[in-house]
Design a protein around this ligand. Structure first.
Ligand SMILES: [Zn+2]
Length: 143
């Protein structure tokens, strides 16, 4: 796949660009995690370096389950970013009370159902400018 930086839709995940790089490193190991506020103890989704509840910028990492439930989904047929094959199923997967906007992979779009269980399947996307892999949260529905 060719890689066009000018239209790069993915976040910079490296430690030098992103205080949340740990999220992507863990995702690359197949683990879903998020931040827990060091001030009030709230877990956030998406991971945050600043707590909107109490204003603290102290946080620790906490693991989330690797499985959730399809809460909503839509199928995109055209106009996908470089490197994505159509059709692409975008979904909100509910994991431990958090609504995670993600992609469903390894699925026939006609067979996706609300309430279906889905397992974390991190999706490797375009390498960054230094050749490091980058990851997005994705899920594979069960059954
Ligand atoms: Zn807080």
């Amino acid at each position: 796949m060719s890689y066009f930086r000018a239209i790069d839709p993915f976040p910079l995940e490296s430690a030098e660009h992103n205080r949340l790089h740990e999220f992507y490193a863990r995702l690359g190991e197949g683990r879903l995690s998020t931040t827990r506020c060091g001030g009030c103890g709230q877990t956030a989704w998406p991971p945050r370096v600043f707590c909107p509840e109490c204003g603290s910028d102290a946080f620790t990492w906490t693991e989330l389950p690797g499985e959730g439930v399809v809460h909503a989904f839509t199928v995109q047929e055209t106009g996908l970013p470089a490197g994505f094959d159509a059709p692409r199923v975008f979904a909100i997967v509910k994991v431990d009370g958090h609504r995670i906007f993600s992609i469903l992979v390894g699925v026939d779009p006609a067979r996706v159902r609300i309430g279906q269980r889905a397992r974390l399947t991190p999706l490797r996307v375009a390498y960054d400018a230094k050749g490091q892999p980058r990851w997005l949260p994705a899920f594979t529905p069960a059954g």
